[in-house]
Design a protein around this ligand. Structure first.
Ligand SMILES: Nc1ncnc2c1ncn2[C@@H]1O[C@H](COP(=O)(O)OP(=O)(O)OP(=O)(O)O)[C@@H](O)[C@H]1O
Ligand SMILES: [Mg+2]
Length: 231
């Protein structure tokens, strides 16, 4: 299980996270909802090690991650799908997937077939340049690249952003499949309430750097959630 406790994060004098505490359990989909600029990506940067916390801790399966470099966190099983996908545009689809080899043992340096069953389009486009894929295909590639690292927790930053509905469905199916078949933890950051409600086991709502509401997905007060999601 991943736990974040009383996390503060600053960019210079500006505070982006204010005492955030949350947990993402193995075999569950945990969703963090919040509108633009409330600190969702900052939270994921703190978890993946791209920005230090100014107070608080991040723990994954009893290992304290504070101060650990991002590549070491990847070795501990943190898989990351960044906002905007961050595909290497000039590398092929195959090379993009292979960039996920860095944190894994030599014996595991192959692309699991499961990735092509989840996203067949990647197999048919292995030789194509990443930058020539559509937004939705790039999103599938970014998830595939994270899966190559054999994560124990998959952290996704707004995977539905700017993606057409049919691919959003495919991504939703893939996320559910990963939870049910591998037992990995999934931490999903979203602004898209319906996608989150359909997938999540547990929901947190963020506003201005704080968790303002949390609970089991089936008891989520949709009106309350919408209130925090509209400007
Ligand atoms: N590198 C940075 N330097 C200074 N301020 C930053 C930096 N990155 C983010 N911020 C600020 O921190 C706050 C939280 O930003 P963050 O990117 O975490 O929000 P978000 O919830 O992910 O938003 P979005 O939904 O638009 O992706 C915002 O006010 C933002 O302007
Ligand atoms: Mg963001």
């Amino acid at each position: 299980m991943l736990t974040v406790e009383k996390a503060n994060l600053h960019y210079g004098a500006a505070q982006a996270l204010r005492g955030i505490s949350l947990a993402a359990e193995m075999g569950k989909i945990t969703c963090v909802l919040g509108r633009n600029g409330v600190g969702k990506s900052s939270l994921l940067r703190a978890i993946t090690g791209q920005h230090p916390l100014s107070a608080g801790t991040v723990t994954f399966n009893d290992v304290k991650l504070d101060g650990m470099a991002p590549y070491n966190r990847a070795k501990h099983g943190i898989g990351y799908v960044p906002q905007g996908r961050e595909i290497f545009p000039l590398l092929s689809v195959k090379e993009n997937l292979e960039s996920g080899y860095a944190p894994v043992k030599r014996s595991e340096r192959f692309i699991p077939n499961e990735i092509f069953s989840l996203f067949p389009v990647l197999q048919s486009m292995l030789g194509r340049r990443g930058g020539d894929l559509s937004g939705g295909q790039q999103q599938q590639l970014a998830i595939g690249r994270a899966l190559v690292t054999r994560p124990k927790i998959l952290v996704l930053d707004e995977p539905t952003e700017g993606i057409q509905p049919s691919i959003i469905k495919d991504i939703g199916r893939a996320i559910k499949y990963l939870r049910d078949s591998t037992g990995m933890a999934i931490l999903l950051v979203e602004q898209y309430l319906d996608f989150c409600r359909e997938l999540a086991d547990h929901v947190y709502i963020m506003d201005r750097g704080e968790i303002v509401h949390q609970g089991a997905a089936e008891t989520l007060d949709t009106q309350e959630a919408r209130r925090h999601l509209t400007v």
